[in-house]
Design a protein around this ligand. Structure first.
Ligand SMILES: [Zn+2]
Length: 237
């Protein structure tokens, strides 16, 4: 799992690195035809000039497909690494990012940056019908202005960590390479459990950090806890 921008730049340099990363998180190594749903290791790998670049032909319905069919990356001709950096930057800037800024950050035209941001926003907002896979990573965060930027009289004391009252909390659920974002009134245990129980299939694996609000998930799920600060990642996930 990519935990930082440095991780991303180091591990996902070439288009092939990025494609394999996507194939791994969406297919877990076995290609799935997006046209007929056939899952098989025997789909044909089509080459161009003797080189395979991720174009498959379904052995059942004979349609061609790549890992990006049905995703925000489909048919864009923008290198996947630029997409990944854009998503990273988008998620890291909780106040939002403008197309003028993104265009400078990843060296694309402003029109392309605008197109990418609209697809990223759409994908993240409208994945409510997300199919949760075997592993779901859950985290919660706060969206809103920085406390230090508020008027002195309105600033909160002791606002570090999860007790922030001024920001709007949201939960993010990541599964099979898709993100579902759910605004929540506060990051309390019953709300976190309620969202997970209503969305994520029972018996699958849920990965969270050590926040006490996630305690007790093991009643319904295989609950794995990672420590953000030590940069742990989920093995095989
Ligand atoms: Zn097919």
């Amino acid at each position: 799992m990519i935990r930082s921008l440095i991780d991303l730049l180091r591990n996902l340099q070439s288009e092939e690195d990025c494609r394999l990363f996507l194939e791994n998180i969406r297919w877990h190594g076995v290609p799935v035809c997006p046209h007929c749903g056939s899952k098989s290791e025997e789909h044909y790998k089509l080459t161009n000039g003797g080189i395979f670049r991720g174009l498959y032909k379904c052995k059942d319905c004979r349609e061609r497909f790549t890992i990006t069919v049905g995703t925000m990356f489909e048919g864009s001709h923008i290198p996947l690494q630029k997409w990944f950096i854009a998503i990273y930057v988008f998620l890291a800037h909780k106040k939002g990012i403008s197309s003028t800024q993104l265009h400078k950050d990843i060296a694309v035209t402003q029109k392309t940056a605008w197109f990418m941001l609209s697809r990223i926003r759409y994908s993240i907002r409208y994945n409510a019908d997300i199919d949760f896979g075997d592993i779901t990573q859950v985290d919660e965060t706060y969206i809103g202005g920085k406390n230090k930027n508020r008027n002195a009289g309105k600033r909160l004391k002791n606002t570090r960590g999860r007790s922030l009252k001024l920001k709007a909390p949201v939960m993010g659920l990541l599964s099979d390479g898709k993100v579902y974002v759910e605004p929540i009134p506060k990051a309390s245990k019953w709300i976190l459990h309620g969202v997970i129980n209503s969305l994520v299939p029972k018996g699958t694996t849920v990965v969270t950090d050590g926040w006490y609000g996630y305690k007790g998930l093991s009643e319904n799920y295989v609950h794995k806890v990672v420590d953000h600060h030590r940069g742990e990642y989920v093995k095989g996930g």
